[in-house]
Write a protein that binds this ligand. Structure first.
Ligand code: UDP
Ligand code: MG
Length: 316
């Protein structure tokens, strides 16, 4: 029997999570040919979501609760959940009821049509104008740096095949960035258009600073392209210095023999040398970046305990 694993990162959702879990139960039992499990990861939420989850887990053998010892951010929390998921298809959704669970079976369709990942695409986003703007910049950066097709949307409701999750989990470094991990694992990603729902309660857990951090993490951990800007910029400046130098020589020799050459020649030498240094720094940075990407091994997340069926099965 194929098994679905629902992975939910939880942060500030004591008012909504119970409904989200209940809805999964309702929808998943529509097709009894599927077995399912739910994994809730408490990303050190400041509210009382953990005691609530504990209580729910006591009466629901399908629910596993993971409590992280520190707030590590959404992507790390999802990775923690993935590491415990045992299903054939792993579904990731939000804890605030925004992910439209009634569309679950539509979301799963592309997986039987040869796709490895299926993501919701929302024609209209329920979020602030500022966040909309940030998402747009994010999409453009993901296109430029990670090679994500522009038309592809990455939203908070996705279904992913087992082997992709296995691949994603091989990433051991801190700052996991799921979009980058998905894109480096497979090219077969489908979008399913559906309406996003309003937040049922509570406020978004993402502050501006958190979003910015996530964004910088994602791109610096997965791409050394920003460093290349320095290389190219340096090359351009050096070239400008070189041409300027040539121009001074030509002017002095053929056009204005009486011109003073002290200042212009120093300027052109400065530009040229400065540009060369920037270029070398960029190239050096490229190697440093690669080393950084491959050796940084501080932990992604730390699990304090895992609760299953109300009982603690692991404690550190
Ligand atoms: N989240 C998390 N850790 C955080 C912030 C958010 O695990 O520090 C989770 C949160 O529980 C939710 C998901 O990330 O499941 C998306 O958060 P939210 O709904 O606040 O963001 P939005 O829907 O606006 O993208
Ligand atoms: Mg949300």
């Amino acid at each position: 029997m194929p098994k679905l694993s629902f992975v939910i990162p939880c942060y500030g959702s004591e008012l909504t999570i119970e409904r989200v879990i209940a809805e999964i139960g309702l929808v998943a039992t529509q097709k009894p040919e599927y077995d399912y499990e739910i994994i809730c990861v408490n990303d050190s939420s400041p509210d009382n979501v953990l005691p609530l989850l504990r209580r729910l887990a006591a009466s629901d053998p399908r629910l596993t609760v993971v409590d992280l010892s520190r707030n590590m951010g959404k992507h790390s929390a999802v990775m923690a959940g993935y590491s415990l998921a045992t299903g054939d298809i792993i579904i990731n959704l939000d804890d605030d009821g925004q992910s439209p669970m009634p569309h679950l079976w539509e979301l799963l369709l592309p997986l039987s049509e040869g796709y490895d990942i299926s993501m919701a695409k929302y024609p209209r986003k329920m979020q602030s104008r500022f966040k909309n703007f940030a998402s747009r910049i994010n999409a453009e950066m993901a296109h430029l740096l990670l090679g994500k097709p522009r038309s592809l949307a990455f939203e908070n409701f996705s279904a992913v095949k087992r082997f992709v999750i296995d691949e994603v989990l091989k990433y051991q470094n801190p700052y996991p960035y799921l979009d980058g991990l998905y894109l480096r694992s497979t090219g077969k990603i489908a979008n399913v258009v559906m309406e996003q729902r309003e937040r049922s309660d509570g406020r978004g857990g993402f502050t501006f600073l958190k979003s910015l951090k996530l964004w910088l993490n994602g791109f610096t951990a997965f791409s050394v392209k920003p460093l290349r800007i320095s290389t190219f910029l340096g090359a351009a400046v050096a070239l400008a210095g070189f041409i300027y130098g040539l121009w001074i020589i030509i002017r002095k020799l053929f056009l204005v023999p009486e011109m003073s050459t002290g200042y212009p020649s120093i300027m052109s030498a400065l530009l040229f040398i400065g540009g060369m240094i920037m270029m070398m720094l960029g190239m050096l940075g490229e190697y440093v970046g690669r080393i950084y990407i491959s050796i940084n091994k501080s932990p992604q997340y730390v699990i304090r305990e895992i609760i299953h069926g109300g009982a603690q099965i692991e404690d550190n």
